[in-house]
Design a protein around this ligand. Structure first.
Ligand code: ATP
Ligand code: MG
Length: 453
C-alpha cells in the first residue's frame, strides 16, 4: 500500500483498507466517541491506542481527541472531571477506568526562545485544529487518528509508513523536539523497546547531542519515565538503548559509571535483565523486581567488598550485608528522584531475601509461615524466579515455597477465616496509612498521658 500525502492534506485510509476494528476499542471509549460525534463534534481516537490497535496489540488506555472545549465536554458527560492547570483535560470516568478526552491543541511556535538551560520556553498550550494536534505529538506513530464518523484512519504526519517500517521518528526536527521536552528522548527508547522498532538515525543523532538536557527535566517526570523503561519482556533492550544513546549516564549516573568501567559489569547487567525478560514473558513482573535486577550486579559487588573487609574470625552475615549494600547503592538515587518508597524498599527486600528460597521451607516453622504471610512475599517469589533463571545451577525450592504459600498463605487463610484481610505490601502508602500509630513514650518510658482538665 502506498499513500500520497500532500502538504497540509492528511492521508485518509478508509475502513476497507485498514485493520482497526471497533470490536477492539474499549466500549466506554466508543460511548464517548459516539456521544461527541452525535452532537456534531469531531471525535477521534488518538495516540497510542490507534498505534497499538493497528499493530494488533492491546492498548493500555484509550485517549480521545475532539474539537469540543473542556467546558463543553464537562456539560456533555456527567461523569466528567476537568484536570490540569496549564491545559485542561477532561477525565471521563467509568468505574475505575478513565477515558482521557482532550481538546485539539496547537504545536508550540517554532520561533520560541531558549532559556538558560537551552530548553525552549513556550506560552501555555492553546486550542488548535486536528492537524495542529497531530503535529504537536511526539512521534509519527503516535500521531495517528481514528475517525468515529467514517471509521477511517487520518494520518497528518507519515505515521502509517513508519508503523509499516517499524521506525520511531520524531514529528518535525528531532533536535528541537528533544529540546522542547527532553523526556521525549526516553519515550523514544521506551517505544523502540516495547514495539520492537528502531529509532531513526536522525533521532539517534539528536538524542546523543541533547541527552544532557534530561538533567533539566522535572525529577517527578524523570522518576515516572525511568520506571516506564521497565518494559515487560523488553527491559534489557530499553536499558541497552538508554546506555548506548547516553541517556543512562544522565538518568542513573552511578550505575552508568559502574557499567562503563568494565565490559564484564555491563555483561552482568544484560544477563540480569535478560533473566527478568524471560520471566516476564510468562508472568507480569513488577517495577520493584526490575529495579532490583537492574542494580543486582552492582549490589553483589558491594556485598563482596563488605565480605573482604570483614575482620578474620568475625561472622559475616550475608543477609545483613546484602541489605547494607542495596541501601548504599540505591539511597543516592532515591534521594535524587524521590522514587516511591514502596518501589525501592521492596527492591531492597528482594535483593536481601530472595536467597531464602534456595532452602526448603519448613511448614512447622513459625518464621517461615510469617515470611509467606508477609505482604512482600509475592514479589520475593517473583524475584526468586528471576534469580533462578539467572543462576539455574543453584538449588531453588521455589515450588515448595509456592505450595506452602498456597496451603498456608493469606489466600488460604482468607478462605478459612473469611474476614481476614490479606496483607498489602507493607511499604505501600496505603498499608502505611493503615498501620496504627504507636504511642510515643516519653524519656522515662511512660506513654504520655492525656491532659487533665
Ligand atoms: P503507552 O501505550 O505506553 O501509554 P502512549 O503512546 O499512549 O503509550 P502516553 O504517555 O499515554 O503514551 O501518551 C499518549 C499520547 O500523547 C502519545 O501517543 C502522544 O501522541 C502524546 N504525548 C505524550 N507525551 C508526549 C510528549 N512528551 N510530547 C508530545 N506528545 C506526547
Ligand atoms: Mg497511553
Amino acid at each position: 500500500m502506498f499513500f500520497l500525502r500532500k502538504k497540509n492534506k492528511p492521508t485518509i485510509i478508509p475502513r476497507s483498507e485498514h485493520s482497526l476494528s471497533r470490536r477492539d476499542i474499549d466500549p466506554d471509549a466508543l460511548k464517548v466517541l459516539y456521544r461527541l460525534a452525535s452532537l456534531n463534534h469531531e471525535a477521534y481516537l488518538v495516540g497510542g491506542s490507534v498505534r497499538d490497535l493497528l499493530l494488533g496489540r492491546k492498548p493500555k488506555d484509550f485517549d480521545v481527541g475532539t474539537d469540543a472545549r473542556p467546558n463543553e465536554i464537562r456539560h456533555i458527560f456527567r461523569n466528567c472531571f476537568l484536570v490540569g492547570k496549564r491545559f485542561r483535560l477532561a477525565h471521563i470516568v467509568f468505574g475505575k477506568k478513565v477515558i482521557e478526552t482532550a481538546t485539539f491543541r496547537k504545536a508550540p511556535a517554532p520561533d520560541a526562545v531558549q532559556d538558560e538551560h537551552g530548553l525552549y520556553q513556550y506560552e501555555d498550550n492553546t486550542f488548535g485544529t486536528p492537524q495542529e494536534d497531530a503535529l504537536r505529538r511526539d512521534f509519527t506513530v503516535n500521531g495517528l487518528f481514528y475517525d468515529i464518523k467514517t471509521f477511517s484512519i487520518i494520518d497528518y504526519v507519515g505515521g502509517l509508513k513508519d508503523l509499516k517500517n517499524k521506525t520511531i521518528r520524531s514529528i518535525g526536527d528531532p533536535c528541537i523536539r528533544f529540546q522542547e521536552d527532553p523526556v521525549r528522548m526516553m519515550r523514544a527508547v521506551r517505544f523502540a523497546a516495547k514495539l520492537g522498532f528502531e529509532v531513526c538515525s536522525a533521532d539517534i543523532k539528536a538524542i546523543r547531542k541533547h541527552a544532557a538536557g534530561l538533567a533539566n527535566a522535572s525529577t517527578s517526570r524523570l522518576c515516572e519515565e525511568v520506571q516506564r523503561l521497565f518494559v515487560q519482556q523488553a527491559t534489557e533492550r530499553s536499558i541497552r538503548l538508554a546506555y548506548d544513546y547516553g541517556l543512562l549516564e544522565i538518568l542513573l549516573p552511578s550505575l552508568h559509571q559502574w557499567m562503563a568501567t568494565k565490559a564484564d559489569n555491563r555483561e552482568q547487567v544484560w544477563q540480569a535483565l535478560q533473566a527478568l525478560d524471560t520471566v516476564s514473558a510468562k508472568r507480569e513482573t513488577t517495577n520493584a523486581v526490575a529495579f532490583a535486577m537492574l542494580f543486582y550486579p552492582m549490589v553483589a559487588e558491594a556485598v563482596e567488598q563488605l565480605r573482604a573487609r570483614t575482620p578474620a574470625g568475625k561472622r559475616f552475615n550475608t543477609f545483613h550485608a546484602r541489605r547494607l549494600a542495596a541501601e548504599k547503592v540505591l539511597t543516592p538515587l532515591v534521594k535524587h528522584y524521590r522514587f516511591p518508597r514502596a518501589l525501592w524498599m521492596t527492591a531492597v527486600d528482594i535483593l536481601e531475601l530472595s536467597d531464602r528460597l534456595t532452602r526448603k521451607p519448613e511448614p512447622a516453622s513459625g518464621r517461615d509461615i510469617r515470611f509467606i504471610n508477609h505482604g512482600i512475599f509475592p514479589e520475593i517469589l517473583l524475584g526468586a524466579e528471576v534469580f533462578k533463571t539467572l543462576f539455574p545451577s543453584r538449588t531453588w525450592q521455589i515450588e515448595a515455597w509456592k505450595a506452602l504459600y498456597k496451603n498456608a498463605g493469606p489466600v488460604a487463610r482468607q478462605q478459612r477465616e473469611g474476614d481476614f484481610i490479606p496483607p498489602a505490601n507493607p511499604h505501600s502508602r496505603k498499608a502505611r496509612r493503615r498501620r496504627p500509630h504507636k504511642r510515643r513514650k516519653n524519656r522515662q518510658g511512660e506513654a504520655p498521658q492525656p491532659p487533665t482538665a
